[in-house]
Write a protein that binds this ligand. Structure first.
Ligand SMILES: [Zn+2]
Length: 178
C-alpha cells in the first residue's frame, strides 16, 4: 500500500512537472506555424524555449509541440534567408507527423517530409541543397545521417510531391526508404 501511494505521489509529481512547462508563443514563427498546420492538416503548437534550455529546436510528438530557440531561429533566418527557419520547422513538423520513432532513419524521414513541404511552398530545388548544408552545419550531428544522406532524403520528398495536402502525403516518405 505504501509503495502504491509513493508511486502515485511520484506519478502526480511528474504529471504536474510536465504540465508546468508553459508554452510561450513564438511571434516570428506564427506564419510558419499556420502554413505548416494548414498544409499537413495538423494542430501543432509552436513554443519558445526558455533561455535556460540550450537546445535549438526539437519536437515532442506526445504533446504535438515543437520547441524552438527564437534567437537561434532569427540568426538562421538572417544568415541563410527566411526559408531556412521554415525548413527547420518543417523538419520538426516531420517528427510530429511520423510519431514516436527514433534513429537515423527517423531523422531522414523528417528531412524527406520537410522536402515535401518545401516543394509545396514553391521553393527552388537549389534550396534543398542549401537546407542539407545548413542542417549539417547547424548541429544535426551524426545521428541525423551524413550531409549527403540528408540531401537525398529531402530530395525524395521534394520530387515526390505533385500536389494536394494533408497527412496522407507522409506516404511519400516511408521509413523503409531510409
Ligand atoms: Zn530531427
Amino acid at each position: 500500500m505504501m509503495k502504491f501511494l509513493l508511486f502515485l505521489f511520484i506519478a502526480l509529481f511528474l504529471v504536474e512537472k510536465a504540465e508546468a512547462q508553459p508554452c510561450y508563443p513564438v511571434p516570428h514563427g506564427v506564419s510558419d506555424q499556420w502554413v505548416l498546420n494548414q498544409f499537413w492538416q495538423t494542430n501543432v503548437r509552436l513554443c519558445r524555449l526558455p533561455p535556460s534550455d540550450n537546445r535549438h529546436a526539437f519536437a515532442v510528438s506526445e504533446t504535438k509541440t515543437v520547441w524552438i530557440d527564437q534567437d537561434w531561429g532569427d540568426r538562421i533566418a538572417y544568415q541563410y534567408g527566411s526559408w531556412a527557419t521554415t525548413g527547420i520547422l518543417a523538419h520538426e513538423w516531420g517528427h510530429i507527423i511520423q510519431g514516436s520513432v527514433s534513429g537515423t532513419g527517423a531523422e531522414l524521414q523528417a528531412d524527406c517530409l520537410a522536402g515535401v513541404f518545401m516543394r509545396a511552398m514553391g521553393l527552388h530545388p537549389s534550396t534543398i541543397e542549401q537546407y542539407a548544408v545548413l542542417s549539417w552545419y547547424e548541429g544535426g550531428g551524426p545521428g541525423h545521417g551524413t550531409g549527403e544522406q540528408r540531401l537525398n532524403a529531402a530530395l525524395i520528398g521534394y520530387h515526390g510531391y505533385s500536389g494536394q495536402r494533408g497527412l496522407a502525403l507522409q506516404g511519400l516518405c516511408p521509413l523503409s526508404a531510409f
